[in-house]
Design a protein around this ligand. Structure first.
Ligand code: WQD
Length: 362
């Protein structure tokens, strides 16, 4: 049985689907702080069977000990954590408590239960403001530019020290670049509980009419069009990377690091243009000053994951945007019935968007 902490969240839910698709039994441990039980129903519908669910918080050692006592857990995929850069600047203690304190409590409970195979949901933000592109795993982890990035780097170092102290540990650090997109069915995706921090969820809410205008943070970077460049990777490709990494870790020892990105960077304006071209919806935008903590550019050299895991991202930016828009149309219909004309969303039939209005609450 595989434990997925944060398994009802944006990435975690897709990872659970991947595990179910490969015949694994799964238990999800989640405090539902940024997701809901609706994800469990969606996972069951898409996965064809249920994952077990335990409501709890990775910072609670007693709950973790009970979890390992109740289930025959063989390995852990640790996705539970907070991930909004801007929020981490405003609430650093909450981020260190959740992302570092939670990781420490989880590792303690794992060791006490004799479970030593761990995949950690890390982030490219641990590289900080890298001078050279693309970024490979030999690049020094720099000075992250925000508490979120620091919390991921600190948690990585906890696991690296742990594995150095005890050869029974087999740890995979997966450094995500920019996960976007949704399940191709349109049935499962990101549903930010607050105002979205990230580019794509905000852009989607502008497209669906839930927000007025996209603020582009900075158009004076040393990039081709002056806006920030990022390596966007489909969340389903990312989930497949977790399955490949788990296979590589089983029976192993030590720490292994893999960048999960496409190896291609796109600027903010390129993403906006691609969305309008692919989904047929124009995006109103304004140019604003740079956002504190942002770097100009960040994209991966994904060669190591390809060589060692046989993994590479298969889905294009257009695929990511189309899948994300399909999901947003469902979400938007839940929030208020919008009558989509065929002009505004030719790729999403009116009936599909309106049928979603009866969809279970997120
Ligand atoms: C991308 C680009 C912004 C919003 C995050 C975090 C973390 C990670 C995903 C997993 C930048 C610009 C954004 C907006 C904009 N998750 N932007 N207007 O900051 O690269 O990193 O990625 O690890 O959540 O590390 O992602 O989507 O916030 O920003 O212009 O309203 O879009 O300036 O250039 P980021 P992002």
């Amino acid at each position: 049985m595989i434990l997925v902490t944060g398994g009802t969240g944006y990435v975690g839910a897709q990872v659970v689907l991947q595990l179910l698709a490969h015949g694994q039994t799964v238990v999800i441990f989640d405090n539902l702080c940024n997701s809901s039980r609706a994800s469990l129903e969606r996972i069951a519908r898409l996965g064809g069977r249920r994952a077990r669910f335990v409501l709890g918080d990775v910072r609670n050692r007693a709950q973790l000990d009970a979890l390992f006592a109740d289930f025959p857990i063989a390995a852990v995929i640790h996705c539970a954590g907070l991930k909004a850069v801007g929020e981490s600047v405003r609430e650093p203690l909450r981020y260190y408590d959740s992302n570092v304190g939670g990781s420490i409590a989880l590792c303690q409970a794992m060791a006490a239960a004799g479970v030593f195979t761990l995949i950690f949901s890390s982030s490219a933000t641990v590289y900080g403001d890298c001078a050279t592109m693309p970024i490979d795993e030999t690049c020094a982890t720099g000075l992250p530019t925000n508490p979120y990035g620091f919390s991921k780097l600190m948690a990585e170092n906890v696991m690296i020290s742990l594995a150095a102290s005890d050869a029974r540990w087999s740890v995979g650090l997966l450094r995500y670049f920019n996960p976007i997109g949704a399940h191709e069915s349109g049935e499962l995706g990101e549903a930010p509980a607050q105002v979205p921090n990230n580019l794509l969820p905000y852009l989607l809410q502008v497209a669906s009419g839930r927000r007025d205008v996209l603020q582009v943070f900075g158009n004076d970077y040393a990039t081709p069009d002056g806006t920030g460049v990022r390596d966007y990777v489909h969340v389903m490709d990312l989930a497949e990377g977790h399955w490949r990494a788990l296979q590589a870790l089983l029976g192993g020892s030590g720490v292994r690091v893999w960048n999960l990105g496409t190896g291609r960077g796109y600027s903010v304006l390129e993403v906006v243009d691609a969305f309008t071209r692919t989904c047929g919806v124009p995006i109103a935008l304004t140019f604003e000053p740079r956002r504190t903590g942002d770097v100009a550019q960040c994209w991966a050299d994904p060669g190591k994951a390809r060589r060692e895991l046989g993994w590479q991202a298969r889905r294009s930016l257009d695929d990511m945007l189309r899948d994300a828009w399909r999901w947003e149309c469902r979400l938007a219909a839940e929030h208020r019935p919008i009558v989509y004309t065929t002009e505004t969303s030719p790729t999403i039939p009116v009936a599909a968007a309106q049928a979603a209005s009866g969809y279970a609450a997120v």
